[in-house]
Write a protein that binds this ligand. Sequence first.
Ligand code: GLC
Length: 422
Amino acid sequence: MAVLDEHATERSLDRRALALLQANTRRRELDGRRGRFTVPSARQYPFQWFWDSCFHAIVWSRFDWRRAAEELDAIFAWQRPSGFIPHVVFWDQRRISAWKWWHYMESLGHPWRKPHTTEQIQPPVLALAVVRIAEAGGGEPYVRRVLPMLAAFHEHLARERDHDGDGLISVISQFETGLDFSPVWQGGRRRRWGPSVFVRLRRPQVPVRLSGYDLERVFRGDRHQESVLVNSIYGRALRALARLARSVGDERLAATADGRADRVTEALVAKCWDRRSGLFQDLVGSGEERTRVKTISALMPLVLPDLPPEHVERLVDNLTDPRRFRSRYPVPSVALDEPTFARDSRLWGIRLIWRGPLSLNTNWLLAHGLAEHGHEDLARELGDRSRELVLRHGFNEFYDPLDGSPVGEPHFGWATLATDLP
Ligand code: GLC
């Protein structure tokens, strides 16, 4: 009976996920390019976001691999000759607004010339989605079609973002990590007042924008960071790229990708590991000062298949520590014992996100990482808790880690990853 119930629940979750992805689907044309893609949420996020679309493609591939491939095609359509892929495509130009600071701050647009894309990156999840589409039916022909674009994307990251040559890539704004207002860079021993959080995180974007997103100039300053979350995903994606390359006989590309992936893991362990807390720490600026705030970023190396077992075990200790990351509904985006932890925070109607509530994209990454490292029980528990949240409250942007109540936008795209958890 229990098994029957479980199957019925899974089927109903699948149905609901598919209905949401369909409802959030948009077909648009801009600048001579056409795209069919899924918006994260109709009201608050009406454009195409890079890592959201990769997660959407992963879920789409469970139902319809061709639609999943289309989702990524709408991303590839905006790849520049350098290999760069922007983090947002403003397909719907009517939704651009001078009131939304970031539309102009994160792009080179002006109110008299609206931007088509941003100039920023987001965590490079792309190769993970390509693997899933290939496995779901795209096969070798699909891999052959997208591999040159995927390789160029990774080449760009290695060439343009690893300015100090240590194997880790750098972000030039916190908003590139996908963890917008996370206290990760805040140093914070104490709870900070909302406006100061906003200003602290938005202000560094001004000189970057004024430089015209000139990376050389930005890297000469001290505003950049080597994010553990971004690099863990980067390392994981490089392994996926290597696998894809090998599947079509491109040994050279496979060896380059594997070599880079090795360096990512080595550098994370050598430079970011904090033995005392058993967590990984982001590096700030050219001096590589470590951030000490315990956030979801600190756990992300669990996605690396070659993370040494002693590091895996220490991360698991943190994940299962009720004072830190073991909340009733795991995994909080900020550890419970951090003074900056908040169940929800808002400022002038703006939500300061990633300061406590949990998100299903990070749960998805961690759950699969745990399963691969042999922690199937913990992975399954994370999966069960996540499914429970969706069954009770629907597909939401975030959830309160203490009582599970929904936080942020409803009908949120990547929450459909709940259908793809262990
Ligand atoms: C917020 C999130 C970012 C996400 C975007 C669209 O900016 O921090 O990770 O990609 O919303 O959902």
